[in-house]
Ligand binder design. Structure first.
Ligand code: HEM
Length: 367
């Protein structure tokens, strides 16, 4: 369908699907014509716990967006997250050793063992959640993202548990922020509090919650998609190829497949009129397989260069956590490959996709 046109109107979902690389990039790169804030253009009013998310940078256009982003940017640069490397390595080793210890036959589920727990442990450490609170913290965080990662259950019961966990986490963060204002430590919450004393409590809490929602399952999927792809290709990258191969996983099996925008004015694309207020689903996954941008787009080429994939988005909202996600994936795969011989123990037909309209990953991956 991408070959027919870069974008298609879907009358059932009442939105445009944008599939082509140049057009996806154009929409993500043009904040004036394409807004991330559905309220601005359509008057959409969200319910429940989504409300606070809309107050975070992910759903704000410039200049409002830049207020929080400018404060936190420096703490997520590659040089800033690098100090977490020994911690990520030690935690990866611990998680893998524990999982193998519990396994009778040497088969472990990579998702359960490593890819799922690691990101939340790392973000807790980075924020400054004390070690003794990390298990509780992880449980709340797990509940919030359940439905995309956990088992299915009654939707209403799940929503209620998620509301409770969200409130508990918000209270926890509120406490943490107050404590760090009083008694600064060497952690992210302290750094943010000190960097901009004018940031309101709501902005700070929203940001902490955003990190959990935007950063955890996405990184889980990157690690899992990498091991799945390497397994299929009967390939394991050496030290020098690893980071390039991870970029190719981000292209070939993008953990985040789509981002949504709303047109702020009438725009013509490929002779079609996108009207003000129309919703556009920008398919990063499809753009990443666009043959006009990538030679042999459906082939996994571990040393592909250049590789301007859109796996972390593009423009103003380009993923804040990209350096952290890259580091985590790189260190986790290094520990996995150095300590163990990893072989697929899955059948392709048995792999179950996670339940999500825009995240790409599997529920479990036996290795
Ligand atoms: C934004 C993907 C990991 C925090 C984004 C966007 C994408 C993305 C596509 C753009 C959203 C848009 O344009 O509307 C991913 C992927 C990850 C990952 C594939 C893992 C492989 C993380 C991590 C964190 C994080 C680890 C933080 C700890 C954020 C934040 C934003 C964002 C805060 C919003 C940035 C803004 O609005 O300026 N991410 N992400 N992400 N991501 Fe990530």
């Amino acid at each position: 369908r991408r070959a027919e046109s870069p974008l298609h109107w879907d009358p059932d979902r009442h939105c445009w699907d944008v599939f082509a690389y140049d057009e996806v990039k154009r929409m993500l790169g043009d904040d004036e014509s394409f807004s991330v804030n559905p309220r601005e253009a359509t008057g959409f009013q969200p319910a429940g716990e989504q409300t606070f998310l809309l107050e975070t940078m992910l759903f704000q256009d410039p200049p409002k967006h830049d207020r929080t982003r400018d404060v936190v940017d420096e703490f997520f640069r590659p040089s800033a997250v690098k100090s977490l490397e020994p911690f990520i390595a030690a935690e990866s080793q611990r998680l893998l050793a524990e999982a193998l210890d519990e396994s009778d036959d040497g088969v472990v589920d990579l998702v359960d063992a490593l890819a799922y727990p690691l990101p939340v442990i790392v973000i807790a450490k980075m924020l400054g959640v004390p070690a003794e609170d990390r298990e509780q913290f992880k449980q709340w965080s797990d509940t919030i993202v359940e439905g995309t990662a956990g088992e299915e259950e009654d939707a209403e019961a799940l929503q209620e548990r998620q509301m409770e966990a969200g409130m508990a986490l918000a209270n926890y963060f509120r406490d943490l922020v107050a404590k760090r204002r009083e008694e600064p430590r060497d952690d992210l919450v302290t750094s943010i509090v000190q960097a901009d004393e004018d940031l309101t409590e709501t902005e700070l809490l929203g940001f902490c919650m955003l990190l959990l929602i935007a950063g955890n399952i996405t990184t889980t999927n990157l690690i899992t998609n990498a091991v799945r792809t390497f397994g299929e290709q009967e390939y394991w990258p050496g030290e020098r190829q690893r980071d390039t191969a991870i970029e190719e996983v981000l292209r070939y099996r993008a953990p985040v497949q789509s981002m949504t925008r709303v047109a702020m004015e009438d725009v013509t694309v490929d002779g079609k009129t996108v009207e003000e207020g129309d919703t556009l689903v920008c398919w990063l996954g499809a753009a990443n397989r666009d043959g006009t941008q990538f030679a042999d787009p459906d082939t996994f080429v571990p040393d592909r260069r250049p590789n301007q994939h859109l796996g972390f988005g593009y423009g103003t909202h380009y993923c804040l956590g990209a350096p952290l996600a890259r580091l985590e994936a790189s260190v986790a795969l290094r520990e996995l490959g150095t300590e163990y011989e990893v072989r697929p123990a899955w059948e392709d037909d048995d792999l179950e996709p996670i339940e999500s309209s825009f995240l790409h990953g599997v529920r479990s991956l036996p290795v």
